[in-house]
Design a protein around this ligand. Structure first.
Ligand SMILES: *[C@@H]1O[C@H](CO)[C@@H](O)[C@H](O)[C@H]1NC(C)=O
Length: 339
C-alpha cells in the first residue's frame, strides 16, 4: 500500500517536473506581443509600430501594437457570410483574423449601455473617469484579446458579427480601422437561423415575421453606422456577390484594405489549419460550411420555405431589403446586379 502511494507520488512529481520544463522552454520561445494601453504616445519612443505591410514581423522577437494599428473588422448580422469573409481573408498570408472572440462585442455592449445612461455617466464623472480614460482602457482590452488569441501578422483582423453595432466607437478608439459589413438577403439569413436553430440575442425565431423584423432592426443599426463613418472606413459587401463573383469582390475588398492581391484568398479551404492560414473553432456553427470550397448552395435555399403571407408583406416587415437593393417582387431573385 505504502509502495503504491509512493509510486503514484513519484509519477505526479515527474509529471510536474516535465510540465515545468515544457512551460519554461515554450514560454521562452513564445513571441512577446506588447500592447500599449497609454492614451497616446504608444511605443512611439521605441520607434516600433506595426502599421505597415513592409514590416517583417517574423524577424522580430517583439511585436508592438498601438491604437494606430490598421485593424480590420468583419461583421454584420450572424448567418450572413461573416465566417466565409474572414476565412477568405485569413487565407491571405498578410492577414490574421482567427475565431470569434465573443467577449469583444460584449464589452462594447456594456460600455455602450453606460454611455447611454445619464445617471451612469454622471456617476463616472464624479469618480473622475472621463470618456478618454474609458476609451483607452477599452482599447487596451480589445487589442490585447485580438493580439494574443492568434499569431502576429502585418494586418490583424477581428470577426465578431455584432461588434459592428459599435463601428463609431471602434473608429474613435482605433482611428485607422477598416470595417467590412457583410450583408445578406434577410430572407436567406432568417431561413438559416430558423432551420439551423441558431440562438441569437435579440432574435425571435418563433416565426418568420418576427425573425425578419429582428433582422431588419439589427441590419439597420449596423448599416446606419457604416454609412456614418463613410466609405473610406466601411465597405458593405453582399454575401451573394462574394459567392457569385469571388474574384472581383475580393479584389474590391483587398483594394479597400490596401492589401496586395494574393490568389490564396480564392481557395481558403486549402489554408485551413496551415501556419499563417485559416484557424477554425470547433464550436462555431459556420465551421462545417467554410470547411468546403466556395459554393452557391446556400443562395436560394429559402425560396420554397418562406410563408406566403410573409412573402406578400415583406416590404412592410423588412423594409431594409429594398434599401439594400434586394429584389422583393420576384419569388426567386437572381442576385445579379442590373447592368
Ligand atoms: C501569395 O502568398 C504565397 C504564400 O505566402 C506566396 O508564396 C506568393 O508569392 C504570394 N503571391 C503573390 C502574388 O503575392
Amino acid at each position: 500500500m505504502a509502495f503504491c502511494r509512493g509510486s503514484k507520488w513519484h509519477k505526479i512529481q515527474f509529471v510536474i517536473a516535465v510540465a515545468t520544463i515544457l512551460i519554461f522552454v515554450f514560454g521562452l520561445k513564445e513571441r512577446k506581443v506588447n500592447i500599449f494601453s497609454k492614451l497616446d504616445g504608444y511605443g512611439r519612443e521605441q520607434g516600433r509600430s506595426l502599421s505597415s505591410l513592409n514590416y517583417d514581423y517574423r524577424n522580430e522577437n517583439h511585436v508592438w501594437y498601438d491604437k494606430n494599428i490598421p485593424l480590420i473588422w468583419i461583421g454584420g448580422v450572424p448567418r450572413s457570410g461573416t465566417t466565409l469573409a474572414r476565412a477568405m481573408l485569413d487565407a491571405h498570408p498578410a492577414i490574421r483574423c482567427g475565431e470569434e472572440t465573443r467577449v469583444i462585442p460584449r464589452v462594447l455592449g456594456i460600455h455602450g449601455q453606460m454611455a447611454n445612461s445619464n445617471l451612469e455617466m454622471t456617476r463616472l464623472q464624479e469618480a473622475k473617469i472621463t470618456s478618454d480614460i474609458l476609451d483607452g482602457a477599452l482599447g487596451a482590452y480589445i487589442l490585447s484579446i485580438i493580439a494574443h488569441h492568434g499569431e502576429p501578422a502585418p494586418r490583424l483582423c477581428n470577426k465578431d458579427p455584432f461588434a459592428l453595432k459599435h463601428i463609431k466607437k471602434l473608429s474613435q478608439i482605433f482611428p485607422n480601422s477598416k470595417f467590412i459589413l457583410m450583408i445578406r438577403d434577410g430572407r436567406a439569413t432568417v431561413h438559416s437561423i430558423i432551420t439551423r436553430k441558431v440562438t441569437i440575442r435579440g432574435f425571435n425565431t418563433k416565426s418568420w415575421d418576427l425573425a425578419l423584423k429582428d433582422w431588419n432592426r439589427a441590419i439597420k443599426t449596423i448599416y446606419d453606422q457604416c454609412v456614418a463613418v463613410g466609405n473610406k472606413q466601411c465597405l458593405p459587401v453582399h454575401y451573394e456577390q462574394l459567392v457569385l463573383h469571388p474574384k472581383s469582390e475580393m479584389e474590391r475588398i483587398l483594394n479597400f484594405l490596401n492589401v496586395p492581391w494574393n490568389d490564396s484568398v480564392l481557395h481558403h479551404e486549402k489554408s485551413i489549419g496551415k501556419p499563417g492560414g485559416v484557424s477554425l473553432s470547433r464550436k462555431e456553427l459556420s465551421t462545417d460550411q467554410v470547411n468546403k470550397p466556395l459554393n452557391k448552395d446556400a443562395l436560394w435555399k429559402w425560396v420554397d420555405h418562406i410563408p406566403q403571407n410573409t412573402r406578400e408583406n415583406i416590404g412592410k416587415i423588412a423594409p431594409m431589403l429594398s434599401v439594400l437593393g434586394y429584389d422583393i417582387t420576384s419569388k426567386r431573385p437572381t442576385y445579379e446586379k442590373d447592368k
